[in-house]
Write a protein that binds this ligand. Structure first.
Ligand code: ATP
Ligand code: MG
Ligand code: FE
Length: 354
């Protein structure tokens, strides 16, 4: 089957076409992402009203571009999938209404996708791995360790008790006067810095439960920056490097425990997998730290290409494809939801209107 996917939950207007291949894998026929970074740059964060309006203006053209890049018309599409949550309601409405309108006009099934399910399944899209696997989701709004048991079947093993990791990167960048979005800019500065210069905390390190906490780290960084002000370029680079090292070490510690727990739970799985998803998964120092943990524990690390880690339409089209294949389509009155935990078992996650 071939699925058109639409993603508008935050500040990316995205559409993509994904098709099931004969060998069981999936093929991305197109993946068009328009970032609204410039629209929000002056505000140092995403402004919901501006985001919703930008989605309205861009989405038709992005859908057309996705079909054009794929070299197909709507006649070759078998279902339309759109993110209906979690996220900013204005943007979700734009994407969901557009997806439903296309589905209604063409008489196609509509699939209401949880954005987090899109992230969670992206290692299957990129590498066709089998269930179950572990997933580390580190994005602008989420930091979670998930057991992905099957489609629509997730166990959240750990989550952040305060800031998401991407958010901590973004706030660190803002504090150090680096441009928005913070993550990539902190990484660029960190490459020039000394990660041992500032002794920052490793929150939750050694704790048995698998949760994260990043607000103490953020505060420690702010205090270190204030103590050194005015900051030279070298100070900023060293602060970024020290912050990034603290994040990588914390993630490695949490992940090590999760891998051990997975082993206990599934002793018979020969090639266990840890997948990474979310924009922070683009960070090379973090990838390296996770790769090391996986190597030690005998896990395969599946880190999808950067374009599939941050928000995109292909992961939504792919989640839609798996749901379509499982008969889990949704009715055209499927609601949008600003909050929608992935491990919640209520509708529409279980596919009402099937
Ligand atoms: P969510 O999926 O939770 O709703 P989101 O959609 O904003 O959040 P993504 O698009 O997956 O999240 O990722 C964006 C986040 O990733 C931002 O916080 C950004 O700063 C961070 N990020 C991107 N690249 C890097 C990098 N190289 N290093 C660290 N963080 C990064
Ligand atoms: Mg984003
Ligand atoms: Fe996301």
């Amino acid at each position: 089957a071939t699925v058109l996917g639409i993603e508008t939950s935050c500040d990316e207007t995205a559409a993509a076409v994904v098709r099931r291949r004969a060998d069981g894998g999936a093929e991305i026929l197109s993946n068009v992402v328009l970032s609204q970074i410039e629209e929000h740059a002056a505000f140092g964060g995403v402004v919901p009203e501006i985001a919703a309006r930008a989605h309205v203006e861009a989405l038709d053209g992005i859908v057309r571009a996705a079909l054009g890049d794929a070299g197909i018309t709507l006649g070759a599409v078998d279902a339309v999938a759109a993110t209906v949550g979690p996220g900013l309601v204005g943007g979700l409405l734009v994407g969901a209404m557009t997806g439903k309108a296309i589905a209604a006009a063409r008489g196609l099934p509509f699939v209401a996708v949880n954005h987090l399910e899109g992230h969670a399944l992206s290692p299957r899209l990129s590498d066709n791995i089998a269930y179950p696997y572990l997933l580390l989701l580190v994005s602008g709004g989420h930091s979670q360790i998930l057991l992905v048991r099957g489609l629509g079947d997730y166990e959240r093993w750990g989550t952040t008790i305060d800031d998401a990791l991407g958010e901590a990167f973004d706030k660190t960048a803002k504090l150090l006067s680096l441009p928005h979005p913070g993550g990539p800019n902190v990484e660029i500065m960190a490459a020039k810095g000394d990660p041992t210069r500032f002794a920052l905390p490793r929150p939750m390190k050694g704790e048995a439960r698998l949760d994260f906490s990043f607000s103490g780290l953020k505060t420690a960084l702010r205090l270190a920056a204030e103590a050194k002000a005015p900051l030279s370029d070298e100070d900023v680079a060293d602060l970024c490097a020290s912050f990034q090292a603290a994040c990588a070490e914390t993630l490695a510690d949490r992940t090590r425990r999760a891998l051990a727990r997975f082993r206990e739970r599934f002793p018979d799985i020969a090639g266990p997998v840890l997948g990474i998803a979310g924009g922070v998964g683009a960070n090379k120092a973090i990838r390296a730290a996770l790769a090391k943990e996986c190597e030690t524990a005998g896990f395969r690390l599946v880190a999808p290409p950067l374009k599939l880690c941050s928000d995109n339409g292909a992961m939504i089209a792919y989640a839609g494809l798996e749901r379509l294949e499982a008969g889990l389509t949704d009715s055209l009155d499927a609601p949008v939801r600003s909050r929608w935990p992935l491990d919640e078992k209520s509708a529409p996650l279980v596919g009402h209107g099937r």
